[in-house]
Write a protein that binds this ligand. Structure first.
Ligand SMILES: [Fe+2]
Ligand SMILES: [Fe+2]
Length: 331
């Protein structure tokens, strides 16, 4: 199917015969497994949904630096400190790739950053929980980056080319993050009784919030149907959550760590680890801004943005100077 790529094509939904034809061609391309690229025609709703999803993702990468950045100065060895710095720096890179991806949709990054700073934008609920012990660095790598991999591996097959390609690279780095986290957990779980207790206590705090990272249950996920239809998402929230649990339970068993769910059991018929009920009221409270660290995270981002004003001003002045030099050379 030849892609309709007219830049002047209407983008506000199928109100005319022309637009219906464009939409049909767009959906046929998606059904055929083709990628949609920035200059291709796309329904405005697809652009909006992608912008929402990608900007939330970018914000999550950047806010996600904060809970772990908190432990860089307290890492127990130089080796641990180096790998934690590298991981936190990777997350900044992930944020940048994805913000760049949103710009290919015609969005101004500044606008997205403002939405985050003034509290209008959402980001992953998990980053509103505090990091109270060194074991949290291990458990975040194992569970939080582990959940991110499950999510993002599927996004690497998303229908929007720039997003899918960003995910391929990001997933490679997330694999390192998960391994460094699991290695920290392994060392602690095989250490002194106090170290083992520390990792168990951390798992007790992070297990349920990690399951909530996949978003609301399919029965209560208003955007899912459309995202699945257009193959921005390829699996439902509940499918991904189950996959994560199935992958993670054997890892917990290998560590000798108990997951804080008395209802967790293996279902022979389906091959799934069935888990207990998630406390969705907690999830909605955190999303509404009432989690343990929401205020702290936004305050830290606002401060970082203000502190970086001179860098942005200098970069703009430099770009302006370069442009003037180029213009005078042409003249
Ligand atoms: Fe990341
Ligand atoms: Fe990561």
């Amino acid at each position: 199917m030849t892609p309709p790529t007219s830049a002047s094509a209407p983008v506000n939904g199928p109100v005319s015969a022309d637009e219906s034809a464009l939409l049909a061609a767009f959906e046929a391309r998606i059904a055929a497994g083709e990628c949609i690229e920035p200059k291709d025609w796309m329904p405005e709703r697809y652009r909006k949904q992608l912008t929402r999803m990608m900007s939330q993702h970018a914000h999550s990468e950047v806010v996600g630096m904060l809970p772990e950045g908190n432990w860089i100065t307290r890492a127990p060895s130089l080796r641990r400190k180096l790998s934690l710095i590298a991981k936190v720096q990777d997350e900044a890179g992930h944020g940048l790739y994805i913000y760049c991806g949103t710009e290919t949709l015609g969005v101004d990054r500044q606008e997205l950053v403002e939405q985050l700073l003034d509290g209008r934008a959402k980001y992953s609920s998990i980053f509103n929980y505090p990091t109270l012990s060194w074991a949290d660095m291990g458990v975040i790598g194992w569970l939080v980056d582990g959940a991110a991999i499950v999510n993002q591996t599927v996004l690497a097959k998303a229908s929007y080319g720039p997003y899918a390609r960003a995910m391929v690279r990001i997933c490679k780095e997330e694999n390192f993050h998960k391994r460094q986290g699991y290695e920290i957990c392994t060392v602690l779980a095989n250490g002194t009784p106090a170290q083992k207790a520390m990792v168990q206590e951390s798992v007790n705090r992070f297990w349920w919030p990690a399951l909530m990272m996949f978003g609301p249950s399919d029965t209560n996920s208003p955007n899912s149907a459309e995202l699945l239809k257009w193959r921005v998402k390829r699996k439902t929230n509940d499918e991904l959550r189950q996959r994560f649990v199935n992958l993670t339970v054997p890892q917990a068993i290998a560590l000798g760590i108990t997951l804080p769910d008395p209802d967790l059991r293996f279902d022979e018929a389906t091959g799934d680890w069935k888990f207990g009920a998630i406390d969705w009221s907690e999830f909605h409270e955190v999303l509404a801004g009432n989690g343990p660290c929401n205020q702290e995270r936004l305050a830290a981002r606002r401060k970082a943005h203000d502190d970086g004003a001179w860098v942005r001003a200098a970069a703009n002045a430099h770009a302006e100077k370069q442009r003037a030099r180029k213009d005078s050379a042409v003249a």
